[in-house]
Design a protein around this ligand. Structure first.
Ligand SMILES: NC(=O)c1ccc[n+]([C@@H]2O[C@H](COP(=O)([O-])OP(=O)(O)OC[C@H]3O[C@@H](n4cnc5c(N)ncnc54)[C@H](OP(=O)(O)O)[C@@H]3O)[C@@H](O)[C@H]2O)c1
Length: 291
């Protein structure tokens, strides 16, 4: 008897993570339906374009799926998240609530939700101004209630900062690595770094996150996962690796008038061990980047 291909829905497929995930699932032989608002195409996937805040649209895309990966969200960078906290709170929670409401009509299957390790800082005083963080935190609470009520297997995947080819397409919302690449590319005299440059950071390369999302989607009991690479690097070390990848050397000047955030290091135990170290991941990112 022919083996039935798993039907997978990827929500947020025009985004950095969703697109990479949908492409990988297509390559691995899954039957992929990909949802986005932007009218993009992913070869091999059935595309569905619409807004998740539309209940009719949500009902029409959720029917008959074995696994759903929810990688939609409203994300820019901390400057935006703190300037318009309610917009980011709502932009993350409202589409998810509408989507979950539609899912209640389907028999219980598996839902993988892409969250962030940053939710751990919501209790801190500096986390409460960030509407994105609050929205992701509230989304996790909504998912727990949904799982309990419906019997869906819900996995919450808290990801470290993700980087790799395909990131940083919105010049108005560059995160740490794309913005570092752009600063080094466009400056010829020096690189200005806020703080002492000693803060330690952790990341995960896009392919490593995607491999984990797919593995987690096969698990039968809902759980919370923290996914990231245990390798750490200081801000200055990241800057030097980006310079090396770009073949450019700039002196680093520190603006110590700007506060340094504390290093917050997590011991990750992901189901699939990350394979791409920071130096080679940055090389691949820089090669494909148009920043
Ligand atoms: N990138 C990271 O470093 C990182 C780290 C940890 C967690 N995450 C989480 O992972 C998720 C995906 O991140 P990303 O970096 O891939 O973000 P992204 O590039 O900004 O993509 C976000 C996606 O969400 C979709 N979306 C947002 N609101 C929607 C709505 N109302 N209806 C339909 N689609 C909607 C966007 O669709 P359109 O563009 O078509 O409008 C886009 O496809 C986010 O929730 C983020 O919190 C990201």
């Amino acid at each position: 008897m022919a083996h039935r291909r798993t039907r997978v829905l990827v929500v947020g497929a025009s985004g950095f993570i969703g697109r990479a995930l949908a492409e990988r699932l297509v390559r691995s032989g899954s039957r992929v339906t990909a949802v986005s608002r932007k009218r993009i195409r992913i070869p091999g996937a059935v595309m569905r374009h619409g807004d998740l805040r539309n209940p009719t649209f949500c009902r029409s895309v959720t029917r008959g799926m074995d696994v759903i990966h929810y990688a939609a969200g409203m994300r820019k960078n901390i400057a935006h998240h703190t300037a318009a906290p309610f917009d980011f709170f709502r932009g993350n929670l409202e589409p998810l609530l509408c989507f979950l409401d539609a899912l209640r009509k389907s028999p219980p299957r598996t839902l993988v939700y892409v969250s962030t390790t940053l939710v751990g800082y919501v209790g801190n005083s500096d986390g409460t101004d960030d509407g994105y963080l609050l929205g992701k935190y509230a989304s996790e609470l909504a998912l727990r209630a949904f799982a309990r009520e419906t019997g869906w297997t819900v996995h919450i995947v808290r990801s470290a900062a993700v980087y790799g080819p395909g990131d940083g397409t919105d010049p108005d919302a560059l995160t740490f690595i794309p913005s570092m690449i752009r600063k080094i590319r466009t400056n010829d005299r020096e690189l200005l770094v806020w703080g002492t440059g000693k803060r330690r950071l952790q990341f995960v390369y896009i392919d490593d996150l995607v491999a984990n999302l797919i593995a987690i989607g096969r698990k039968k009991r809902g759980d919370v996962f923290a996914i990231g690479n245990n390798q750490t690097a200081t801000v200055d070390q990241v800057a030097k690796m980006v310079m090396e990848a770009l073949g450019k050397k700039l002196p680093i000047r520190h603006d110590t008038g700007k506060p340094d955030k504390p290093s917050q290091i997590i011991r990750f135990t992901p189901p699939v061990k990350p394979r791409v170290d920071l130096r080679s991941g940055l090389r691949r990112t820089v090669t494909s980047s148009t920043l």
